[in-house]
Design a protein around this ligand. Structure first.
Ligand code: ZN
Length: 182
């Protein structure tokens, strides 16, 4: 298990960008972090942070930042607080795929490389060892011209022209998936 040194400065840095107007939220968060001490992992940090932000039933207009209910967004936003070098990307491999007689676009499936992000860059953190994860596989939604002929291939579309990502932890082999779409 990788442990990251935690200082109050780092926590404050991480919360600086989205300071709640209600100081009580940030205080409860900081005291929970302090209680956890140096054994706090990044995954636990995000769990604590999530618990300290206002819930869906609370008046979000009261706060001067958009309520962050998406764990992936949090991971992207707070990356800089750790200053941990990310593992190098795997070599990018592109393959030519076909479904029966239908050839699929050359960029439908890629292995390794850097994700083609649609929204925000958001590499996940491994929940087992707290390490940064790398892209293992990326699938791009098949176009309508293909799925209208081959209905079964609709399973290979992700939201509105989205991408599907499979991430791998190079340290312990854990996998995690995510989707991004327009
Ligand atoms: Zn791991």
């Amino acid at each position: 298990m990788t442990k990251y040194e935690w200082t109050k400065k780092q926590v404050e840095m991480a919360t600086l960008e989205h300071p709640p107007k209600n100081r009580a939220y940030i205080d409860s968060f900081l005291s929970a972090v302090e209680k956890a001490g140096q054994s706090l992992t990044r995954t636990q940090f995000f769990e604590l942070y999530k618990a300290s932000v206002p819930g869906e039933d609370e008046d979000v207009d009261y706060f001067d930042y958009p309520v962050l209910d998406d764990h992936w967004v949090l991971v992207a936003d707070f990356k800089e607080a750790w200053d941990i070098p990310a593992p190098p990307a795997l070599p990018r491999i592109t393959t030519q795929a076909a479904a029966g007689e239908t050839s699929l676009p050359a960029d439908f499936c890629t292995l390794g490389g850097t994700p083609d992000w649609i929204q925000n860059e958001c590499f996940p953190i491994c929940h087992k060892c707290d390490g940064d994860m790398v892209l293992f596989l990326q699938l791009k939604s098949l176009p309508y011209e293909i799925t209208e002929k081959e209905k079964a291939l609709e399973a290979c579309t992700f939201g509105d022209d989205g991408h599907f990502y499979l991430f791998l932890c190079p340290t312990c082999g854990t996998h995690k998936t995510s989707l991004e779409c327009h």
